[in-house]
Design a protein around this ligand. Structure first.
Ligand SMILES: Nc1nc2c(ncn2[C@@H]2O[C@H](COP(=O)(O)OP(=O)(O)OP(=O)(O)O)[C@@H](O)[C@H]2O)c(=O)[nH]1
Ligand SMILES: [Mg+2]
Length: 172
């Protein structure tokens, strides 16, 4: 079962709503305008169909970060979302990610790092953003198997790659 983490406002709830929608409609159809979301206070369980099987993803609201670790035991995969258009949040997200990756309960987890909101213009390029994040260093030091993807929950770009990763993570 995947755990969905990331700071407040990075787009976790919208990602779940979009994954549910592309599941429910035929491929190629327009996703339409993004539905409204509210900050998740507590946790939010969403069912997504992956490979004809129901997968329940647990989102933890960004405001719940201090208690994220009390949930780690129950999960074998983690999706960590970063707002690629918010350079001011990058260092705190980086520290949160390092805490997640160093948690003993998640040592064997499969991890997906998502740079979301790539539809927005950003004063820092995505390449610079990744370098500020020291992504290569993080991946080479981590015990987990880590995949990095770019996406936009707003436009739908990259959503199918996220579904493909969920499929891969379920098979492990
Ligand atoms: N432009 C743009 N906006 C996005 C994208 N993804 C999410 N948003 C917007 O960002 C805001 C916050 O999105 P949420 O999905 O509620 O964020 P969250 O990560 O669930 O936040 P918490 O529940 O507070 O932890 C909303 O206004 C979304 O519409 C994206 O890819 N592009
Ligand atoms: Mg949310």
């Amino acid at each position: 079962m995947p755990l969905l983490l990331g700071a407040t406002g990075v787009g976790k709830t919208l990602l779940l709503k979009r994954l549910q929608k592309i599941n429910a409609q035929d491929s190629g159809a327009e996703l339409g305008d993004p539905p409204a979301t509210l900050p998740t206070v507590g946790t939010n369980l969403s069912d997504i169909i992956v490979d004809k099987k129901k997968v329940t993803v647990r989102e933890m609201g960004g405001c719940m970060a201090p208690i994220w670790p009390s949930y780690y035991e129950d999960f074998d995969s983690v999706i960590f979302v970063i707002d690629a258009a918010n350079p001011f949040q990058i260092s705190s997200s980086c520290i949160q990610l390092l805490e997640v990756l160093s948690a003993p309960a998640l040592e064997l987890a499969t991890v997906l790092i998502l740079f979301n909101k790539i539809d927005l213009p950003c004063p820092v390029s995505l390449l610079e953003m990744k370098s500020l994040f020291r992504l290569d260093g993080i991946i080479s030091c981590a015990k987990q198997s880590i995949t990095v993807l770019e996406m936009s929950a707003r436009s739908g770009q990259g959503l199918r790659d996220v579904l493909a990763w969920l499929q891969f993570a379920q098979r492990r």
